[in-house]
Structure formats: C-alpha cells, structure tokens
Design a protein. Sequence first.
Length: 364
Amino acid sequence: MSIALQRFSNLIAAIYAAGNDPDRWDSAIGEITDTFGAVNGFLVIADPAADRYAIKTSGAVGPPDLPAQLEAVAERVQQLPVGSTVSGDDLFAVPGPDSALADQVSANGLSNSFLARLSDDRPSSWICLVMPDQQSLTGRPAGLALLRVLVPHLRGALRTQSKLVELSRERAFALATLEQAHYGIMIVTTDAALVFANSMAERITQQGDGLSVDTLGCLRAGSATTQRQLRQLIDCAADPGFAGGNVAVTRCSGRKPLILRVTPLDGIAGDGLWDRAVLLLVADPDHDPEPEPAALHELYGLTDAETMVAMGVLRGDGLPAVADQLSVSLFTARTHLQHIFAKTKTHRQAELVRLLLTTAISAQ
C-alpha cells in the first residue's frame, strides 16, 4: 500500500487539525478510511478522568450492536503495548474469557481490521479500520506499515486534544471561582483596555456610577481627578515590582465611593495582543456582604435569636434597637450577646464585627 506524498501530507494535516478541533475528527477518520480502502473506520477517544469514551467514525453505518463489539475489541486492544499495530485476526488469535464476543466481532467483520492502541490510559484510545470482507489482511504488511507511520501523529493529536480539554476545564473552574467573589474583578492592559470582568464588575461598570467602559473598551472613572489617579496606578502596575495601590472612586449619585485596588499580575507577560496585565478589585461599600444565618449556626452554633443579635451588631444597629426588633428586653439582648461572645471566642463588639465580616466573605 503506497500513497502520494501530497495525500500523505494532507492526511497528517487533517489529523493535527482534528486534534485542535474535535469536530473535525469524523472528516479526518473518513480520509484515513479512504486511504486504506477500508469500508469503515472508528477512532475511540478515551476520557479516563470521566471513565468514558467518544467514538468518531468515517460516516459509514456500522452494525446495530457496534458499541458491544467495540467493547470486546477494546478489552483486547488495551492489552497491547502503546503504539503497537495489529490485525483483527492477530488480536483475537489467542482465546480469552471474551471468546463469545470475539466470535460476534468476527461474524460482523470487525476482525478483518487494522488496529492500533494510541494511549496508555485505561480506558485507552485506539483506532480500528475495517477492511472489505473479501480482502484478506494476510500478506498485506503495507497496511500495517502505513498505520505504524500514522500512529505517532494520531497520538500527538490526541495529546493536544487532551491538553486543550484539560485547559478548558481549568478555565471553566477558574471562571466559576471568580464568579463566587462578592467584589468586582477586572483585568486590564496598561492602556486600561478591559480584558476580563466577572459578573459583579460588569454590573458596576454597566451602572456607570463611578466606573464605566467607553466605546473603545477602556475602563474610565467618572471624574477627571479619579481618572488621572486610576491611570497613574495602572501605569505603575505595569512594573512587576509595584506593590499595588488604592483609589476611592467617587460616584455622581452621591453614594459611598467605590474602593478600587490596583495590583500587577506578576510575571504574566502578554502574547503580542497586550504587553502586561493589571488586576483590579472593586468593592462597593453599599453592598457589604452579610453572613448567611445558616453559616453562623453551622460555624458557631448560634441560635436564631443569637443570630439576629449578631446581625444587628454587624449592621451597627446598637443593642437597644436590636432588643426592639426582637421584642425582648435590653437585658435579654445583652445576655444573647454574651452567649455570642462565648461561642465565637470574641470579647468585644469590634472583634465580633471583624469575625462576622470574615465569615461573610469565606462562607458565601
């Protein structure tokens, strides 16, 4: 079996393109199948982390019990050395506990195949090229030779796909983590161009009360003075040695200023699209987090009444106001507070407030 150099080059290009875009595997397997003159081709791509696999085909219709047959073949393929190529006859030449399935595989033509194991995982990734029934594989070493040449490229493409899947999962987890933050998180370039914003940051900028994003996609402060301070801090943050800085962003609505922290992302260089990245953390004092009552019960064993007293202290309501809210005497409110101090191992209201704020952030 021999193929033209251009066709071989196109085949290799299709394999690596599929490694970068899994939707192109069916097309790549179709080209491989046509090159071998096979009637069907299957690429089984394993996902060991999820203990599952995906089947990419050349498009031809397989037998209705194909999954069961592939399971039988997979058991044998996983016993092969990684990267090895065999024919189906050789694969099932040695009887095993799956002999009944092996007979079923043979009856449906999958035994008349070229196969190769492509990964060392369990379950493994592997390829199967089903040849015409009337075409004996005996005396056709060229088919196995060509498959041996393709195997390193197939393995390389699958490694690329696996790495991309891993990076995609890491990115999804990272974004989900950033969405849990009670403050705005933004990444900008040294030109203040917005690269990333979590949902909280988007809400703050969309309100346009203190911070906004202009038509060029750059972050801007509402007042000229604050804008100069912001740009100066961003310029300084381009230096990885900069320790970071803060600016109070005044708001035209008269609400409390936004608290903005500017920090360099140390050691993270750009890729040509932007030179350096700067991290911005934005807190809205009007939306201070409050601990969930359930969290206070779980962490400190506070009763419902004690929880209401603790929340009142956090809001700065004062014990007389808290007693009125609970419809209890001031003495009872003080008793609840003493119980709270004992359970939280605090001694003063200021100390309790710090603990509750920490709890609000960590137990969201």
